[in-house]
Each structure stands twice: as structure tokens, then as C-alpha cells.
Design a protein around this ligand. Structure first.
Ligand SMILES: [Zn+2]
Length: 334
């Protein structure tokens, strides 16, 4: 049997096994890249890649964020297998953002490797939960890989967000939920829409990604800063979803006259939607995360039941120790 090597390269990894070399979430000259999703911390150096394999959701969100199309790409559907010399590659749903994928690799001699990218094992309004499959080697993220990161039930978080939005509007305030533009904003919009709120998207980047979600069958309805009468809509009672409060306010100032804008800013109530809101230096907000929490990471790894786990992201060393405590040989990849 060959030796498996996994090493950190740029925003991702280079995996080598026998004659097979695959780049994961990074570009390596002359090699094929498996792209799990199009968040900025997974797309470094992709221009160098010889060939990119990803879902249409990933390619479409990549394009919506202002990137040039790839010349040599293969669109893989979730659940489908793509064969190349020495390895079969299957795309599995990662539950993180639109199109997000875990890659399951079966090498010719039978070795099975699962690469998670970023993943979430909990269903959300717009993304289905990732499911574990057994593999000999697991390469897993550990963003929330410490026991202090345990998220409350999603429905409870949803209810708290909707209740807060209602209360604030009743008091004449304007709730603003900050959420990154790919994935979290769309979940926030779907949630607020389910609560019957009028929603103003505060950033063009959110609007563009929402269009991709709509093309992929997700029903999202919102106003934009260029919708006619947006000032009146906000004045009468609407919630804002923003991926950059600074840009949202800057653009609002261009369309709303000074005094009205001052009044509007004084009525804003800002909330962050992020797992990190549970942390020590927490901002006001709600722990809505697109990642698996600590317990989810442990349960997932146990279900994969690997001989060895490679762990990446900031909490990799500590999470590796926890996996070792569960009887899984684990190595941080930092
Ligand atoms: Zn991500």
C-alpha cells in the first residue's frame, strides 16, 4: 500500500497517494483541485489549478462574487462519482452553504478518504445537514473544535431572532442582522421571510448570492437599497440583513437625505448572526452557525470511524486531542 501524504498548501491541502495528487480547496500548478465551496478562505491560488471539480452551486456562487469563470472545470452533482486515474471522487452534501461539498475518495487499492471542507450536521432553512460516511482517513475541519462551543437547538435560535425582530419593530426600532454574504445572509432572509417581515438586503454581494440561490430553487424575497421607496419601507418597519454595516450605511447615505438618515441610524439595533457570539468577547447577537459545533464534530468523526483523522482550522491541536481521547488517532494539519 502507498503512503498517504496530506500537507497544508495555501488555503487548503495537497493530498498525495501513489501516483495521485489532488489539491483540496487551493490551487496547485498542474494539479486538479477539489473545491468544497467558494468562501474566501478556501479559494486561494485557484488560477494555478489545471482543472477544478465542484458542484454547480459552488461554481455559480464563485461567479456571483465577481470571479472569472474557470476554463477547465468539471461540474459534479451531489451524490455523483467522477473517476480519474487511480481514484474515484464522490461529492457529498456538506450542509454549509449552497453547493458545499465533502469529497469522498476511493483509491484503486481500496483506501477511502473523506475530506469535509466546512460542514454542518444540522438542517437549516436553506441547507440540508451533512451525513457521515465511513472512511479509513478523515480530513476534517474543527472551527468550533473546543467543548465551549456547543450551540443551542437551531429552532430555538430561529425563534429568538424572530421574537427580537418583532419586539424591536414594535418599539419603532430597525433591527439589522449582520451575516456574511454567502450562506448566512440567505438563511437569515429565509427565516425573516418565514416570520412575515419586510426585509431589506444591505449589500449588493448579498443580492447577487440570493439570485444564485433563487436559480437553485430557494425562495428568497427581499428589497434592495435600490428598490423604489426603500427609505419609506425602512421608516414604516423593515429589517435589514447586512454583510458589511459600513457599506450598507455608506450606500444608504447616498439615497436618504441627512436628517432622515440621522433618525434612521439612531433607530438601528445591530445583531450579529454567528457561532462566535457565544464567545468570551461576544458581540450582541445570536449563535447561528453554518458550522458543526463541538459535539457535532465528535459525533461525525466517530461515525466516520477512521484509522486516522487529519484536523484543520484554528482549533485543530485541541480538537485532535479530543479525538485521541475518543480513540481516534488524530493529527493537526497546521
Ligand atoms: Zn466556509
Amino acid at each position: 500500500m502507498s503512503t498517504l501524504n496530506v500537507k497544508k498548501v495555501g488555503t487548503g491541502f495537497l493530498l498525495e497517494y501513489g501516483d495521485v495528487r489532488l489539491a483540496l480547496d487551493t490551487g496547485v500548478k498542474g494539479e486538479t483541485t477539489l473545491l468544497s465551496h467558494s468562501h474566501a478562505d478556501h479559494i486561494g491560488g485557484l488560477k494555478k489549478a489545471n482543472h477544478i471539480i465542484a458542484t454547480s452551486g459552488t461554481f455559480d456562487t464563485w461567479g456571483a462574487r465577481g470571479n472569472n469563470a474557470f476554463k477547465n472545470k468539471t461540474v459534479i452533482r451531489t451524490g455523483d462519482m467522477f473517476g480519474q486515474i487511480g481514484v474515484n471522487i464522490t461529492a457529498l452534501n456538506a450542509g454549509h452553504v449552497l453547493g458545499s461539498t465533502m469529497f469522498y475518495l476511493e483509491f484503486n487499492d481500496g483506501l477511502r478518504v473523506l475530506y469535509t471542507g466546512d460542514f454542518n450536521t444540522v438542517d437549516s432553512l436553506v441547507h440540508r445537514a451533512a451525513k457521515a460516511v465511513e472512511a479509513d482517513v478523515l480530513i476534517t475541519e474543527a472551527t468550533y473544535g473546543k467543548p465551549e462551543w456547543i450551540f443551542p437547538k437551531r429552532q430555538g435560535v430561529y425563534d429568538n431572532i424572530l421574537d427580537t425582530a418583532t419586539e424591536m419593530l414594535d418599539e419603532g426600532r430597525i433591527p439589522l442582522f449582520s451575516a456574511y454574504s454567502l450562506g448566512k445572509s440567505q438563511e437569515a432572509i429565509a427565516l425573516l421571510q418565514s416570520g412575515g417581515f419586510r426585509i431589506v438586503s444591505g449589500n449588493t454581494s448579498i443580492n447577487k448570492v440570493c439570485s444564485v440561490y433563487k436559480n437553485h430553487g430557494v425562495d428568497l424575497r427581499h428589497y434592495t437599497l435600490s428598490s423604489p421607496g426603500v427609505s419609506d419601507i425602512l421608516d414604516e418597519g423593515a429589517v435589514i440583513v447586512s454583510s458589511s454595516i459600513r457599506h450598507t450605511l455608506h450606500n444608504l447615505r447616498k439615497i436618504i437625505e441627512k436628517k432622515t438618515m440621522r433618525d434612521l441610524e439612531a433607530r438601528l439595533e445591530k445583531y450579529s448572526l454567528s457561532g462566535w457570539t457565544l464567545g468570551k468577547f461576544r458581540e450582541r447577537g445570536f449563535p447561528l452557525s453554518a458550522h458543526t459545533d463541538f459535539n457535532g464534530l465528535i459525533e461525525f468523526a466517530k461515525a466516520v470511524n477512521p484509522r486516522v483523522a487529519y484536523v484543520f482550522t484554528g482549533n485543530a491541536p485541541e480538537f485532535s486531542e479530543h479525538l485521541s481521547g475518543e480513540g481516534i488517532n488524530a493529527v493537526p494539519l497546521e
